[in-house]
Design a protein around this ligand. Sequence first.
Ligand code: UDP
Ligand code: MG
Length: 328
Amino acid sequence: MFFYYKISKAREKKGIKEMKKLSVIIPMYNEKEVAKICYERMKNVVDTLENYDYELIFINDGSSDNTQDILEEIASFDNKVKIISFSRNFGHQAAVTAGIRNVTGDAVLIIDADLQDPPELLPEMIDLLEQGYEVIYGKRKLRKGESPFKLLTAKMFYKTLNALSDVEIPKDTGDFRLVDRKVIDVINTLPEHNKFLRGLFSWVGFKQTPIYYERQARKAGKTKYPLRKMLKLAQDGIISFSTKPLKIVGGLGIITIILSIAILIYSLVSYAFDLNNLTPGWTSIMVAITLFSGVQLLAIWVISEYIARIYDETRKRPEYVIDKKINM
Ligand code: UDP
Ligand code: MG
């Protein structure tokens, strides 16, 4: 503390800019292998920042390993480390949401715990912030250590999302970004559940710029995004940013009606001219039944996904439950 006081006093004399504060948000779910390294590497970078004081906010998203103990130990000797622990696993997006609701800084960095996004990029990102950009988002030039399956599905997802969505959501972009407090305050006023944060950050606008980087392989441990969670995120992305699937259902309906008329005409013609030498009517009935029940079930499924979300919003249940907060 005294150290910072001295530096800021010296700066005041030299007429250098006043100290600002950076809040770093790091969500963690079962990250016992990386928790410590993550803290150390982040600390190394933020300690070198000249005009910024900082806080490191770790969100323990209901880990079942000893992530909480590791974090509490760090927080016991470093009061710049703050911990928000959830009562159970609420998911990555909820963890980041809790983080941005509890920041006290002028700028906010959102970063994964596994060091796939290099913290060392921060000084460059802060330069861009000082130049007047309000959102600086990491864009991956190269992704190391990720399976071909993940790369392919990610690519397909962004293609589909951008084809369906009304806002342009940059591809090869995750949640790694440096954001001005002003933008965070806007995001915090959005009441929606099942958030797709990277979409919302595009949606709010403001002056944005990418920063290109090579995405590293995970430092240690395994991915906390199994296929199930990836699909949920993809679905949240599409449903929160597009109503086109509902319209596609309408289109499907029209196509099937046309098809059913064609089948009807075909059956009538075969009946009239006795062309059907199979058991009369069997083929057409089977085709009609299977085709239409399939299309109907598909349509109901898409619609029910939207209804489920309306239901979610009307219940107004919180997105997460905090068990305890430390150093805050
Ligand atoms: N994460 C979380 N809750 C979850 C899943 C993941 O807080 O339910 C965190 C995780 O600890 C990490 C970040 O979200 O800091 C991204 O997860 P991960 O690196 O496993 O995803 P991937 O990079 O494999 O897509
Ligand atoms: Mg990762």
